[in-house]
Write a protein that binds this ligand. Structure first.
Ligand SMILES: Nc1ncnc2c1ncn2[C@@H]1O[C@H](COP(=O)(O)OP(=O)(O)OP(=O)(O)O)[C@@H](O)[C@H]1O
Length: 354
């Protein structure tokens, strides 16, 4: 952790900012987080007993997690429910202390919550909101300007840019409680980005939004990343978000790292096949199709085949030569299916277990 050149004196850190721009935006080494959960039996007697004898159960949310992320990268942070994604994002943004391990974000130790660190990051949680409920979002924007001590001219410039990109000119003037979910999320994003953070932790930012609003939010995140060179770490159960935004994915399961690499490589490793969908003017012969690949569906006007990626070129050339074929598309299997198959695989530890 030599990059943080700070001297700790009676709880204060000097200097308040890292001396050098960090080569990595996020560094996580051997991170573990254990929650101590108070256990209480049902009924009055158990409640009274728990006042005197409190029993705790340890919940291991994150286990020995290590990765690093370069400035400007867009990374999807994936895993099934309860995998430890939100816990990790909370540690990275300094809301939770790690039980073990070391974490650096923009060269800062997050749990110190230094002002300069807070100006570098933002955490957007799709299920929580920071907008003041009874007031228009513009009031939250003004509050954030004061909290982050943003200079008037910069504030106006940034707000103008965000207002145009997110198209919130009118809606930011209405009380938050009157806004639709999608309108609210756009204003949440604006409020979270007014201080121009360099590291964005986005936890399910498109949850509950319709397809068109998901697209708007996705495009906005992409454009913010490109304009400001900001690092984006995104969790989402909508695989379309991840496919559209994240060249790299980090996958965790039961708090442990399962994969870190490109999304196409992950898809290839889980499913080494491509799907060919055909529209036909007359029924194709099943036996002839089976010589090309595995037949997934076949009727008078349509056929779907699965072929190994290595044989794709030859299969497409052959099928296009058939006079009955009027249309041909090549697809990957749906990402949701790929992820389901990935998580159904035994982990390295499970395989090693007797
Ligand atoms: N405050 C808490 N106290 C005790 N246990 C917790 C707490 N927060 C999370 N957990 C537990 O830690 C584990 C990881 O939870 P976390 O919310 O980080 O997962 P997640 O990957 O974000 O899940 P989801 O996709 O459902 O949001 C789960 O077993 C959860 O029950």
């Amino acid at each position: 952790m030599g990059r943080v050149s700070q001297i700790q004196v009676a709880g204060f850190c000097y200097p308040p900012v890292p001396l050098m721009a960090p080569a990595q935006s996020v560094v996580v080494k051997g991170l573990s987080k254990v929650y101590q959960v108070h256990e209480r039996g049902a009924g009055l007697t158990a409640s009274l007993r728990s006042l005197f004898h409190r029993r705790y159960r340890a919940v291991q949310a994150v286990q020995d997690l290590s990765f690093s992320i370069a400035p400007g990268e867009r990374v999807g942070f994936l895993g099934p429910n309860g995998a430890g994604k939100t816990t990790t994002l909370k540690v990275l943004s300094g809301l939770l202390h790690p039980t073990e391990g070391e974490v650096l974000v923009s060269g800062f130790v997050p749990q110190r919550r230094q002002v300069e660190f807070l100006k570098q990051i933002t955490l957007v949680m799709g299920q929580k909101q920071q907008l003041l409920w009874d007031l228009p979002p513009v009031e939250t924007f003004a509050l954030n300007r004061a909290i982050y001590d943003i200079e008037e001219r910069t504030f106006k410039q940034t707000l103008d840019e965000l207002t145009t990109l997110l198209d919130i000119g009118t809606i930011a003037q209405k009380p938050t409680r009157q806004l639709s979910l999608g309108e609210r999320m756009k204003c949440e994003l604006a409020a979270a980005l007014l201080h121009r953070p360099q590291v964005l932790f986005l936890d399910e930012p498109t949850i509950g939004l319709d397809v068109s609003m998901q697209l708007t939010v996705r495009e906005f995140i992409h454009s913010y990343n490109e304009r400001h060179g900001a690092t984006v770490i995104l969790t989402s159960h909508y695989m379309d978000d991840v496919a559209a935004l994240c060249p790299r994915v980090i996958v965790i399961d039961h708090g442990r790292l399962r994969y870190d690499g490109s999304l196409p490589d992950l898809v290839r490793s889980v499913n080494p096949h491509k799907q060919i969908a055909l529209r036909t003017s007359a029924p194709l012969d099943r036996a002839a199709l089976e010589r090309v690949g595995a037949v997934v569906a076949l009727d008078a006007a349509r056929a779907v085949l699965q072929v190994p990626r290595a044989a794709l070129h030859e299969a497409v050339a052959h099928l296009l030569g058939r006079p009955e074929v009027t249309d041909l598309t090549v697809e990957d299997p749906p990402l949701e299916e790929v992820m389901r198959a990935f998580f159904a695989r035994p982990t390295a530890e499970q395989e090693a277990a007797p």
